[in-house]
Design a protein around this ligand. Structure first.
Ligand code: PEP
Ligand code: MG
Length: 324
């Protein structure tokens, strides 16, 4: 089966009825890029930059030059394909050695963009490094855990400041670099127009979206059985985000685990999703699902699923989608 999948590497990801779909890779380090290309990824949809910061000896954060080298390495390795670099998403399940986290509810605490805005010097350093890498290929900046308009505005101001500094120093970068948001807090999905007005693209982080919508710690095994991507509330949040972003003409992807689950590929296609970002190991299997998917059949059936609030009915209907 693996051999058959490998043959799909160069096959364009197009549904049975001729609709193109973009398949991107999630990476943790630049070293993951060759594997992403091997799987036929059209680019990097999520570079989890925190892995450059984690597990470092001596409580030391990577400086601007070191970060720049790593981002540039990824950009060059992807040979002109877009690389979406997510700004530091530490805290909760991804602790940083240099931070003393004693929060009672780390998932609800000072993580990701909240931490970055509380440490502006560190954030600025990362933004400068990312911008510098944008001179070497197509780079997009993705900001995690946004919920408030002022967080978006502050982040954009920081990017503006980083650009101004580089300009003054005569350092090259892409002036038109796109800035996007992870949609992974239910408040963000529900207030998407607030984001659409300010940002260029969106990536739905279903791992956290499920955690926050269902109020279950994603790393607590005692509530793992409550973690359900098919909960009707979760599906509504995802479908709404896709529809609202598309209506505004903005790119929207899913980059959480759901994007790499072949049992959910057709459901996401039926919701209108055309951009999936996942672990490279899942990419060819998802592509196979896409090649066999018939949107004129799947789309109306998915609309029907979205009207259901009965978990058993939804689960059965999603199974039905597999054989359509
Ligand atoms: C997510 O939350 O779905 C996501 C892609 O980000 P992470 O898993 O790194 O939190
Ligand atoms: Mg997340």
């Amino acid at each position: 089966a693996r051999k058959r999948l490998l043959k799909l590497k160069k096959t364009p990801a197009i549904t049975k009825d001729g609709t193109p779909v973009t398949l991107l890779a999630n990476i943790e380090l630049p070293e993951d890029c060759p594997g992403a290309l091997d799987a036929g990824a059209a680019g990097v949809g999520l570079f989890r930059s925190e892995f450059l910061f984690m597990g470092r000896a001596g409580h030391k954060m990577p400086g601007e030059d070191e970060q720049f080298e790593q981002y540039r390495k990824a950009v060059l390795a992807m040979k002109g394909r877009p690389v979406t670099i997510r700004t530091l998403d530490i805290g909760a399940d991804k602790p940083l050695d240099t931070t003393e986290h004693n929060a009672l509810n780390p998932a609800l605490g000072l993580r990701a963009i909240r931490y970055c805005l509380a440490e502006p010097q560190m954030f600025l350093t990362q933004l400068r490094a990312i911008l510098r890498a944008s001179a070497y290929g197509k780079v997009r900046i993705l900001i995690p855990m946004l919920a408030h308009a002022f967080e978006i505005d502050q982040s954009l101001n920081m990017i503006r400041q980083a650009k101004e500094e580089l300009r003054d120093e005569g350092v090259k970068f892409d002036e038109a670099v796109e800035v996007g948001a992870m949609i992974e807090i239910p408040a963000a999905a529900l207030a998407l127009p607030m984001f659409i007005r300010r940002l260029d693209f969106f990536s739905i982080g279903t791992n956290d979206l499920i955690q926050y919508a269902l109020a279950i710690d994603r790393v607590d095994y005692e509530v793992a059985h409550l973690y359900n991507p098919l909960h009707p509330a979760v599906l509504q949040l995802i479908a709404m985000t896709i529809a609202t972003a598309k209506k505004a003409g903005k790119d929207v992807a899913v980059c959480g685990e759901m994007a790499g689950d072949v049992k959910l590929t057709r459901l996401l296609l039926g919701m209108g999703l055309r951009e999936f970002s996942m672990h490279p190991a899942q990419l060819l299997a998802v592509k196979q699902e896409i090649l066999n998917a018939d949107l004129p059949a799947i789309t109306p059936y998915t609309r029907k699923i979205m009207r259901s609030m009965e978990p058993n009915e939804i689960a059965r209907a999603v199974e039905q989608l597999q054989v359509m």
